[in-house]
Design a protein around this ligand. Structure first.
Ligand code: ZN
Length: 162
């Protein structure tokens, strides 16, 4: 279990560095990321969100669970889909729970990367999983979902954060 970093922490606004060692420390880090995500009732968590500026994320959504190291994201279907989206790093001041807003994302993506042993993997996704992959990939580029909202909506969200 690791401490989750919140909006305003510079690590969330920094592009993460590639993972170079596929070792025991990496496997421990992935375990800790899953534990942290589950405890917070999240469906995805990226390295920077626990203060680790490395390019990896974990996810579990609609019975699909996994992790991706050094991901690359390809848009397969650029049709824009707008659905409610939130982030463990953007909690409400009152509730401590993620703040949600309708957020535009591409309908279909493929993520290519590596597993914890350095084996290549590729996952094609639509729907909520595709949204999750785009959200987590954004974290590795120092972006947050609020960056994709209309300015007024983003401001409303910011006003509710700690
Ligand atoms: Zn997030």
């Amino acid at each position: 279990m690791r401490e989750i970093r919140y909006l305003g922490d510079p690590v969330l606004r920094t592009a993460a560095e590639p993972v170079t060692e596929f070792d025991r420390d990496l496997r421990r880090l992935i375990d800790e990321m899953f534990a942290t995500m589950y405890l917070a009732n999240g469906v995805g968590l990226a390295g920077p969100q626990i203060g680790v500026p490395k390019r990896l994320f974990v996810y579990e959504i609609t019975n699909r669970k996994g992790h991706v190291v050094n991901p690359e994201l390809t848009i397969d279907d650029p049709d824009e889909v707008v659905e409610e989206e939130g982030c463990l790093s953007v909690p409400g001041r009152e509730t401590g729970k993620p703040l949600y807003a309708p957020t535009p994302r591409a309908a279909g993506v493929t993520v290519r990367g590596f597993d914890q042993l350095g084996r290549p993997l590729a996952i094609t996704a639509r729907g909520m999983l595709a949204r999750c992959f785009q959200h987590e990939f954004d974290h590795l580029e120092g972006r947050l979902y609020v960056d994709r909202l209309p300015r007024d909506t983003a401001r409303q969200i910011m006003l509710q954060t700690p």
